[in-house]
Design a protein around this ligand. Sequence first.
Ligand code: PRE
Length: 90
Amino acid sequence: MEDLSTSRKKINELDQQLVKLLEERFNVVTEVNDYKRQHDLPILDAKREQQVLAKVAGLTNRSDLLPYLQEIYQEIMQRSREYQKRQRKD
Ligand SMILES: O=C(O)C(=O)C[C@]1(C(=O)O)C=C[C@@H](O)C=C1
């Protein structure tokens, strides 16, 4: 078994990558939001959100983790909608 500090070091490295990827995702969300504003489209696209959740299911073989991954994605998309709302106010 790995010792605690070795495992936490691994978590720190993964978190570093996750934060960068999430930053990139938010940047692309800004592009999507700009497009949708120009075309008078609403922030919420429930059909697209279902597709994202289905894609997540297709990306993992870990059925034990799937409910957790999907909840994380639901949270990401909810925050993404909030971020887009904020951008539309500014
Ligand atoms: O694809 C869009 O239209 C987005 O605004 C992005 C996104 C997402 O974060 O994945 C967020 C809100 C929508 O309800 C659907 C998906």
